[in-house]
Design a protein around this ligand. Structure first.
Ligand code: ZN
Length: 232
């Protein structure tokens, strides 16, 4: 549950893993990724939650010390390993690039925040929307990932199978009309004009902005199904 306070062990149990040693865990299971964050003063990374309460900026991760590097904080955060594979930074960045070029939906990320040693809080599900790769105050490049809250929750009856169940919302008719005009009465992915649906794309969890023209679009039956296959 969102904002529930749990122990490290409970957090691992929730994710069906023995340990969670890394902060970034791309596709820890087949439905979503997991990140661990901290806003404590002595935290290794500079993570923050914006005042709107819906947006997190999450710092990417340094090159591992085991690569023979004395001070990882002096080196640009890597997108690739020495052998050319994507690092966790790279995997997260690539999923954002795919989303932005409309090849995929935003990656769902479950976020846990460390409050004290051994004390964690689940922050719920977020979608991974954007990143920057830019110089920090010390002149080395770091990744900053932008995540926005969604109202996805794991449903209790399927929690052991790690399935996601979206809550359904009613889309007001004025929004439908505007979306219909904007999308030209066609599936936004393939241009098909039959068996269309209004698709509410990973809605916000709170506030008056939960349904707006910006998070509703038109999908054909095939793309609508492809989407529910992906999230269920
Ligand atoms: Zn389509």
């Amino acid at each position: 549950m969102k904002d529930e306070i749990i122990s490290y062990r409970e957090m691992c149990d929730r994710e069906n893993v023995q340990t969670l040693q890394r902060g970034m865990n791309f596709r820890l299971n087949r439905n979503y990724s997991v990140i661990l964050m901290s806003q404590r003063k002595n935290a290794p990374y500079n993570d923050k939650i914006f005042d709107d309460g819906f947006t997190i900026e999450y710092e990417g991760h340094d090159i591992p010390k085991k690569d023979g590097i004395k001070n990882p904080k002096s080196i640009d955060q890597p997108r690739n390993t020495k052998t050319g594979k994507l690092t966790q930074n790279g995997l997260f960045a690539k999923s954002i690039e795919n989303y932005k070029s409309k090849k995929s939906f935003p990656e769902l990320v479950r976020v846990y925040e460390k409050l004290f040693d051994g004390v964690w809080s689940e922050k719920g599900f977020f979608k991974l929307l954007d990143y920057k790769y830019q110089k920090d105050e010390n002149g080395r490049k770091v990744f900053r990932f932008i995540l926005e809250e969604t109202d996805f929750e794991l449903s209790d009856e399927v929690i052991s199978r790690q399935k996601l169940k979206p809550r359904t919302r009613i889309i007001p008719s004025n929004v439908k009309k505007e979306v219909w005009k904007r999308d030209g009465g066609k599936c936004v992915l393939c241009g098909s004009t039959d068996e269309l649906h209004f698709d509410h794309d990973l809605p916000y969890s709170k506030g008056g902005t939960s349904i707006s023209v910006n998070n509703v679009r038109i999908l054909c039956a095939r793309h609508n199904l492809a989407k529910s296959d992906k999230i269920e």
